[in-house]
Every structure is written in C-alpha cells, then in structure tokens.
Design a protein. Sequence first.
Length: 149
Amino acid sequence: MSRGTKTAVAALAVFGATMILLVSIGGNPMEGEYLQKIAIAIAPTAVTLCGGWIAQITKKMEEEERRRDERAAEEAEKREAERMALRALLRNELVRMHREWVETKGYITLEALEYARQTYEAYHAIGGNGTGTKLFEDMEALQIKEERN
C-alpha cells in the first residue's frame, strides 16, 4: 500500500470514528450546533488528506528534479569528454601539419596555411593550450610558396 493510500485510509478512519461519536451523542441534523460538530469532524480529515496529497506531490516533484539533475550531470560529463577528444584530434592535426610543412618541407602553401589557421582557431576555442599556438606560429612564419607536383 502506498504512502498516499495509507494516509487516505487513516483520514477516513478518523472521520468515521468522529461520525460514530457524533451519532452516539445524538441531535437534530438540521440544528446549527449539529452542523458545527460535523464541520469540526470533517476539518481534521480534510487537513490530513490534503497534507498527505501535498506530501506525495512534493515527493514526486523532488524525485523528478533529482532525475533531471542526474541526467544534466551525465550530459555535461559526456560533452566534456567529447570536447577533450576533439581537442586531442585537432592537436594531432596541428602536429601532423607542423611535421609536414615546418620540419619536412620548410615552406607552406596558402591553402595549407588557411587550413592550419582554421584548425588552430577551433583548437584554441575549445581550450587548447600554448603547444598548439607554438605549432601554428611556426607554420605562420614559413615562406608561402605554391607547391609543385
């Protein structure tokens, strides 16, 4: 039996016991005093029921919020892992281009320099460090030539 059901059963038991007590006291149902007794009997039951329902609704809302927070944290971890992976790939591409143009050829083409710039800017935008900056600056300092086949 759920907590809400238990609360409702308890409230009905209180109400039933109060009504039995009122009937045993007796009185004319149309008299104001008798109606006051009924109102007094119903009030605790209504408060108990409402309190139980409010508690149940609050508990569900808190549980939904907790699940939403957990999902948000998982998504944030996933995004951070993806960002780190992308940064590593971009750094590797800068290293590869540095080897090709700076260490091997000693010059760079305009197209390769533009590609290096785009790669570096993406790397830097996602938190790349000074290593990528140094690699790009070395390529930027090279003489620009048209590559001959």
